[in-house]
Design a protein around this ligand. Structure first.
Ligand SMILES: *Cc1c(COP(=O)(O)O)cnc(C)c1O
Length: 464
């Protein structure tokens, strides 16, 4: 049998990939026609592909490789744990050291009374847990009619049926997913695209008050929880106006509903603090975690819940769990990852040094003729592409057409920068150096210049 390895020619790997591998969130026929880019190695913020190109990864994989690629300590932690205890479950009144140590560490890092962790294998699974947990919580408190969960359009909470229903990605809802009942959506605080004539602060209040209106429409006695990302990630790095979160916080308090902060992207240093809730001034009852928890080296997620939620859930048997809840190897790697983030001072360095450096350069991108707003919090930023800054116009072409052109220029310039419709987003590894930030921004300018030139040549700088 032919051994498939990194020495196999690219065309052959692409053909096998096309023949046998179905990719997530991908138009397979279109991809298979041109062939996937095959990543073979990575170090720090840099990827190498099968053609030997060195690519600057401006997305930290999928927002997750917070400590960067190639950390031997994480490989060693996995190896040690596999030799000692590769698997045991945490059902049936047993536990093991990695799950105990990781939950203890997370309780120490998480703010307020968030002291208890329910482990899952991913962010989607953790949000499925949350969905069931908040409903079980209210049943146990003698208020079983509290079943509704309110979420936001264009929020992302994962791709299982539960998490996909919680999320507000319409293209996911419309594709054969029978979204589960009892979930209502309100509009997102995206001022650039939806703010109209309101100031950002007025708009932030208006969008937050949609939560109150929705609670009143459903009946406050029927609402279990509100879930949101501190900064929307997959929706295009949407940073809410400053007025938004304090008003949300007032409303959830007034009606006594649980607040779930989906920290899957914002957690573990991405915003310059351990959690996005700390940066944005949010006091959640539950936080969803995954991605940066292990820097993506192992699949692991979880829910960190408050003393009060844990007490209520703990007063009955909660009929829920995953074979890999608290997987020992994933926990050991996550714990080592947290040690690196802490002892190398990575979170502090982001907040004090590299994120402010990146912010100055990133916000200057707004001077580019193609760029409207450039928004960044910590190490997650986005730029809105526009044919007309003054009116904040969208392009006449179908939403996403221009973003895709820009992404193709990034691909050609060995920069990973993603597009969400016509916003370009960046979320590099937290260990990115200042000189790498310079390279990142230089390449982004270059890609924007090339996109602008192409749009002008093809008469596409037209407003919708
Ligand atoms: C990625 C993501 C998820 C889903 O996590 P998976 O590990 O892909 O299941 C949930 N919430 C947010 C905010 C995410 O960015």
């Amino acid at each position: 049998m032919n051994v498939i390895s990194t020495n196999t020619p690219t065309a052959e790997l692409q053909a096998l990939d096309a023949a046998h591998h179905l990719h997530p969130f991908t138009h397979a026929a279109a991809l298979n026609k041109k062939g996937a880019r095959i990543i073979t190695r990575a170090e720090g913020c840099w990827l190498t592909d099968s053609e030997g190109n060195r690519i600057l990864d401006g997305m930290a994989g999928l927002w997750c490789v917070n400590v960067g690629y190639g950390r031997r300590e994480l490989a060693d932690a996995a190896h040690r744990q596999m030799m000692e205890l590769p698997f045991y479950n945490t059902f049936f009144q047993t536990s093991h050291v990695p799950a105990i140590a990781l939950s203890t560490k997370l309780a120490e890092l998480a703010p307020g009374t968030l002291n208890h962790v329910f482990f899952a294998g991913s962010g989607s699974e953790a949000n499925d847990t949350n969905l069931r947990m908040v409903r079980a919580y209210w049943m146990q408190k003698g208020q079983p009619e509290r079943q509704w969960i309110i979420s936001r359009w264009n929020g992302y909470h994962g791709s299982t049926v539960g998490a996909g229903s919680l999320g507000g990605m319409k293209p996911m809802h419309t594709q054969g997913v029978p979204t589960i009942p009892g979930i209502a959506h309100i509009d997102q605080p995206n001022w650039w695209s939806e703010g109209g004539d309101l100031s950002p602060e007025e708009f932030g209040l208006e969008r937050a008050r949609q939560l109150e209106a929705k609670i009143l429409e459903l009946g406050p006695e029927n609402v279990a929880a509100f879930i949101a990302e501190p900064v929307q990630g997959a929706g295009g790095v949407i940073v809410a106006p400053d007025s938004y979160w304090p008003e949300i916080q007032r409303i959830v308090k007034k009606y006594g509903i649980l607040l779930i902060a989906d920290e899957v992207i914002c957690g573990f240093g991405r915003t310059g603090n351990w959690f996005g809730s700390q940066t944005l001034g949010i006091q959640p009852d539950i936080m969803t975690i995954a991605k940066g928890l292990s820097s993506g080296y192992q699949p692991i997620g979880g829910s960190i819940v408050s003393d009060e939620v844990a007490e209520v859930i703990g007063s009955m048997e909660f009929n829920h769990g995953y074979t890999y809840s608290g997987h020992p190897v994933a926990c050991a790697v996550a714990l080592e990852n947290l040690r690196i983030l802490e002892e190398d001072g990575i979170v502090d360095r982001v907040r004090e040094d590299t994120a402010p450096y990146l912010k100055t350069k990133f916000e200057a991108l707004a001077e580019h003729p193609l760029v409207g707003e450039a928004k960044i919090v910590g190490m997650m930023g986005s730029i809105a592409l526009t044919p007309d800054k003054a009116s904040r116009a969208a392009f006449a072409s179908e939403a996403g057409t221009v973003g895709l052109i820009c992404r193709e220029r990034c691909f050609a310039n060995n920069l990973i920068m993603r597009h969400v419709y016509d916003r370009m987003i960046l979320s590099p590894a937290l260990v990115i150096s200042k000189s790498e930030i310079d390279t990142l921004i230089d390449r982004a300018w270059q890609c924007l210049d090339e996109t602008h030139a192409k749009l002008k040549a093809e008469g596409m700088m037209k407003s919708a």
